[in-house]
Ligand binder design. Structure first.
Ligand code: FB9
Length: 498
């Protein structure tokens, strides 16, 4: 919008009682939209002009109509394609251009050409020496803005042939308004104390409020994708009747992290190259003493039908503090409590979603810490079939229906299974977790009844989150190099519950 355009319009209205914005566009040789823009600006300054909406129907050329003006009508092109010696009709359909079929029938009805059937094959020949392409001439009239002169029957025919089209243009008929002026006064946007105290406000004009304006989005926090996916997982567990375990202790004793799970003290997982040991405090000293003795016994000489590992179990090893390597340490604590609670054992379903730490080789998808998602069910007579059925239900709620299980080994579960699924989004099979039935050597020293089995499974939170949000490198999801825009703009997480 030219700033002087508003004043040129107002000056025009000083002498003209009314004017159409289309005429102003022609007069000022500017696009009509610029006139409309200037009008909106004038109207924002008050009732300087009246503006009545006007609609104009006009004839306009279609793209095909413009092609006829440039190259000639379809019938004229067909006539021009007929040589002195004549031409087979099939050949003419090619030589006569993209609209040869329409052109042929129009040229025949105009008497410009004929079909000579006295020869074989029949040939199309010219019937007249020369033609006048009236269609082209009439459409040139429309292009020159003289469409009103066309006979109505021709207009109807050209519309039917999609050479002409009605166009409706909206414009405004302007006239001087009650607050007419030939210049725009500056609109104030703020009412100040000075204006009020001096009384100046009475001489000023104020910009009207725009109640449709959107408010400035307040700056606010944003949930990290991991937390969004955690919420979805938590919802699934709650829907399935699971209760969340208290996982607010990253530091754990080796006793609960390993010994309680019947993991032998020489197991490589307990080496410093796999586990982060804590120096301060280096040791835990408070354990349920009778339970500790039963753990010591089952490791060293066995019991409950097991022959144990046959080594000299040391409490000093069990006292060592570490950063928990799995949330199964928390599950062990919960199962011990379940076995020894007031009123005795009752069936339970627990879950946890929290950080675990492993001193492992780092790569694009693995850091030394990740969030483990774990589900645990304790009940009388549970079987591997119950575990498989529970896994199908759990993953169904994640949008996954095709599962496969592969026998695996864990020190604390037997049988154990790796879980694989066909991931529709990735279009391939992927590993999605591990699972198993806790061993009697783990459960019976806790004091759980002999007929109680505990099934459990685990997976990570990072892998599904990276897949869901299309992140390939774990360092783009967590750590100091994360682009906070990713956090801010990440969509809400909706797992495809099926
Ligand atoms: O999460 C894993 N993969 C996964 C999970 C979900 C997913 O998308 C959802 C379907 C929509 C996509 C992928 N994995 C386990 C498999 C692999 O990523 C693996 O490379 C990494 N694993 C971690 C441990 O690696 C050191 C994932 C983590 C894991 C593995 C096992 C357990 C927990 C976490 C366990 C357990 C367990 C077993 C028995 C009893 C109790 C707990």
């Amino acid at each position: 919008m030219h700033p002087d355009l508003t004043e040129r319009i107002l000056q025009h209205l000083e002498t003209a009682d009314q004017v159409d914005t289309l005429d102003l566009a022609a007069k000022f040789a500017v696009d009509h939209q610029k006139i409309v823009g200037a009008l909106k600006s004038i109207q924002a300054h008050g009732e300087l002009v009246n503006a009545e909406v006007a609609t104009h129907k006009s004839l306009g050329l279609t793209d095909e109509g413009r092609s006829v003006v440039e190259h000639g009508s379809h019938e004229a092109l067909v006539y021009a394609a007929v040589p002195e010696e004549g031409i087979a009709q099939a050949a003419l359909m090619t030589a006569g251009g993209p609209n040869a079929k329409v052109g042929f029938s129009k040229a025949m009805s105009q008497g410009w050409i004929l079909v000579d059937k006295t020869v074989t094959p029949p040939l199309v020949r010219r019937k007249v020496e020369k033609i006048t392409d009236s269609v082209k001439e009439q459409l040139k009239q429309v292009a020159a803005g003289k469409g009103d002169a066309l006979p109505s029957k021709d207009v109807t025919d050209f519309k039917k042939r999609k050479l002409l089209q009605e166009t409706t243009t909206k414009s405004f008929v302007l006239s001087r308004g009650p607050e007419f002026a030939t210049t725009l006064t500056k609109l104030e946007t703020d009412l100040t104390v000075e204006m009020l105290s001096s009384g100046l406000w009475e001489q000023l004009k104020f910009k009207s409020y725009n109640f449709d304006a959107l408010g400035a989005p307040p700056s606010r926090g944003h949930l990290h994708p991991l937390l969004k996916v955690r919420t979805e997982f938590r919802q699934i567990f709650l829907e399935m009747g699971f209760s969340e375990m208290p996982t607010n202790n990253y530091v754990e004793s080796s006793f609960w992290n390993f010994d309680a799970l019947f993991q032998p003290q020489q197991h490589p997982a307990r080496d410093a190259h796999d586990t982060f040991f804590v120096n301060h405090p280096a040791k835990s000293h408070k354990f349920p003493q009778e339970y500790l003795e039963r753990v010591k016994k089952v490791h060293s000489v066995g019991g409950y039908g097991s022959k144990g590992y046959g080594y000299d179990w040391k409490v000093e090893e069990a006292q060592k503090n570490l950063l928990r390597t799995h949330t199964t340490a928390v599950s062990a604590r919960m199962l011990y409590k379940l076995a020894n609670q007031e009123g005795g054992f009752k069936p339970a379903k627990y879950f946890s979603i929290d950080k675990v730490f492993r001193n492992e080789t780092l790569d694009a998808t693995h850091l030394a810490e990740f969030h483990q998602v774990e589900g645990v069910i304790a009940d009388v007579g549970l079987t591997l079939g119950d575990l498989i059925g529970t896994l199908y239900e759990f993953f169904r709620k994640l949008g996954i229906t095709q599962l496969e299980f592969k026998p695996a080994y864990n020190p604390y579960t037997e049988p154990s299974m790796e879980i694989f699924c066909y991931h529709p989004g990735l279009g391939k099979w992927i590993e999605v977790g591990n699972s198993g039935v806790f061993r009697p050597e783990m459960l019976l020293p806790m004091g759980l009844p002999e007929n109680v089995n505990v099934i459990a499974w685990g997976l990570s939170l990072e892998r599904p989150t990276m897949i869901k949000y299309g992140i390939n490198n774990i360092r783009d999801l967590v750590g100091p190099k994360v682009d906070l825009k990713m956090v801010e703009e990440g969509p809400i997480c909706r797992l495809d519950h099926v």
